[in-house]
Design a protein around this ligand. Structure first.
Ligand code: ARG
Length: 589
């Protein structure tokens, strides 16, 4: 189904053409003066010069032409040459009825679907998820859902950090604690045990210890580097330990991301890209794309017109170790091989911008990606505390994600029970989880991703204002009306949405009609905040309609059924939208 604006534009464009002007002047936009009209067209002004006529003469002609079209309730020409339009109630309600019947509310089919990989995890093994992993997870998950909804083939990849020094540190620490394990016996040739010689809790305790210890003890640090390098070169025992570490970490990550309602299609990591690296390095050397500089292998990526200094991209350090950039280049090669994507999107902290610029330039320079492949870094801003500095725990440490979630849930629980005395505490707890997650995610997503924002638990969990709980509350309100209607033994089945009888009702229909244009735009700009802005306005419009209209007391059954169908559609659009943001609404609140 054509988007509403396109449909109106088509009619106005035709009118321009029929009057002897270029049809392109008929482009219609949503009015920027909603007090005067719903839609406007400024084409008469643009076309005046070419036509050698006064703009209002042209506008008058077009208005006369359109006045007999029953798409419009009003077409006015206003000096110096604006066209102001309102669409007719009948045309609008017919459209809304259609929208309710069509799949995805009439979203036009994507005739250029893309294969897209989104890289939006980036946790590191053996380190618990912390606050820094929150934004990529929330934003990436939503962008993935939006792009999928708009008809693309999308793969979410967690891209776990499983290849660097942290693994070496863990193995070194394990050897110090349990030197007699078969993994540390050079003469051992048997199979390694299936059971890991540690638990996840052990790892989580060992890592910070080893990391701190290595900073104080250089020999320990050297040993960890050696172990890392041996592991990277394929040492059998260390690889077996790596597998244990990965297995335990993955199980834990699945639970933690699950609690955030985030999931990945690809559970791959830095280690999966390693097979591509030796050949890549050889190729870069042979084709002289890379050069040796101070013993290191680098690719010069500076380009004419660079506004700031662009250091060369380090591919291999003088001691032979591969680097973060090397792994990301290898990962791109792996993705080209496995998914052959049209687009790779990285949802990673904006402080890594230089890194991605360098990596993207290297793969383009080397021709590792097709020219029209899009590489996008969506660099998100920092989540700050109320003091405007990066969010910390009360004692100044990095907060675990699970602790943050618990804090939000507790706050939500208090708000829920203060709001309404509960008879079912278990339900209140369950709801606190659902609504708390919405509060957290909406608080994040309603900001443009690139901006920093302040984590304000008080504000995020409020039932009033531009918050997740307010939106859920609106959905729950609709659910309760629909339930009451059904409980009265009524059904709107087979009935239709009638032309609106009030401004509030028409406003609600107009909002609904804008859904498909909004979602296409949010997809094109990778912008979940546009979905947030839309549903906030939709919820406001619905609440206004609800307060102005006595739905349950309406005696005309057709009219009442029409209200119910309109509410049902509003609920479906809101539910679809929050699903695209990655959260859901409870049954009651
Ligand atoms: N593990 C990395 C970190 O902790 C983030 C990875 C982001 N993704 C990427 N493809 N580089 O900083």
């Amino acid at each position: 189904m054509k988007k509403l604006l396109d449909e109106i534009s088509a009619v106005v464009e035709k009118a321009f053409e029929d009057c002897g002007y270029d049809s392109t002047y008929g482009k219609v936009t949503v009015s920027n003066r909603p007090d005067l009209c719903e839609y406007q067209c400024n084409g008469a002004m643009a076309c005046a010069k070419e036509a050698h006529k006064a703009p209002f003469v042209i506008a008058d002609e077009i208005a006369a032409k359109l006045s007999c079209n029953d798409m419009f309730a009003k077409v006015e020409s206003v000096k110096p040459g604006f066209l102001n339009m309102d669409i007719s109630d009948k045309f609008l309600s017919e459209r809304i009825n259609l929208m309710g019947k069509e799949e995805k509310f009439g979203l036009e089919e994507n005739n250029n679907p893309k294969t897209i990989v989104i890289d939006y995890g980036g946790p590191n093994v053996a380190k618990p998820l912390h606050i820094g992993h929150l934004r990529p997870a929330i934003i990436g998950e939503s962008i993935k859902r939006i792009l999928r909804y708009t008809g693309n083939r999308v793969y979410g990849d967690i891209h776990i950090g499983d290849w660097g020094l942290p693994i070496g540190l863990l193995i070194t620490e394990l050897r110090r604690r349990k030197p007699d394990l078969c993994y540390f016996d050079d003469n051992y040739t048997g199979e390694y045990p299936e059971e890991a010689p540690f638990t996840l809790a052990d790892l989580e305790e060992m890592y910070p210890f080893a990391s701190a210890y290595s900073k104080e003890h250089d020999d320990y640090h050297q040993e960890a580097m050696e172990v890392t390098s041996k592991m990277q070169q394929g040492n059998r025992a260390y690889r077996a330990l790596l597998d244990h570490i990965l297995r335990l970490s993955f199980a834990d990550l699945k639970i933690n991301y699950g609690n955030l309602n985030v999931d990945f299609d690809l559970w791959l990591g830095e280690s999966n890209a390693q097979p591509y690296i030796p050949d890549m390095i050889k190729d870069l050397e042979e084709r002289k794309i890379a050069e040796i500089s101070d013993g290191a292998l680098v690719v010069n990526v500076a380009e004419e017109g660079d506004k700031r200094e662009m250091p060369p991209c380090l591919i291999r350090k003088s001691d032979g170790a591969a680097l973060y950039a090397t792994t990301d280049i290898g990962t791109i090669m792996m993705r080209v091989h496995d998914q052959n994507p049209d687009e790779i999107i990285y949802v990673v902290d904006k402080r890594q911008e230089l890194h991605f610029t360098q990596v993207f330039r290297v793969v383009r320079k080397a021709g590792y990606v097709k020219d029209d492949m899009k590489l996008v870094h969506i660099g998100f801003g920092t989540m700050n505390g109320k003091d405007g500095k990066p969010f910390k725990t009360r004692d100044g440490g990095v907060m675990r994600l699970s602790n943050l979630l618990n804090e939000v849930e507790d706050e939500m629980y208090n708000k829920i029970v203060n709001n309404h005395p509960v008879d079912d505490d278990e339900e209140a707890r369950r709801n606190a989880k659902i609504v708390g997650l919405a509060a957290l995610k909406y608080g994040d997503l309603s900001n443009q991703a690139t901006k920093d924002y302040i984590f304000d638990i008080e504000k995020f969990t409020s039932f009033e204002g531009n918050t997740g709980p307010y939106l859920l509350y609106s959905i729950v309100r609709i659910k309760s009306i629909l339930n009451k209607y059904a409980a009265a033994g009524k059904s709107a089945e087979g009935k239709v949405i009638l032309p609106s009888g009030s401004k509030a009702e028409k406003d609600l229909m107009l909002m609904l009609a804008g859904f498909t244009a909004m979602i296409e735009n949010a997809a094109a700009e990778y912008a979940p905040h546009k979905v947030c802005a839309y549903i906030y306005e939709l919820a406001n419009t619905f609440n206004h309609f609800y307060h102005e209209t006595n739905i349950m007391a309406e005696e005309d059954e057709m009219k009442q059924a029409s209200y119910i169908l309109l509410l049902k559609l509003t609920k479906e659009v809101l539910e679809t939208s929050i699903d695209l943001l990655g959260f859901e609404a409870p049954e009651r609140m």
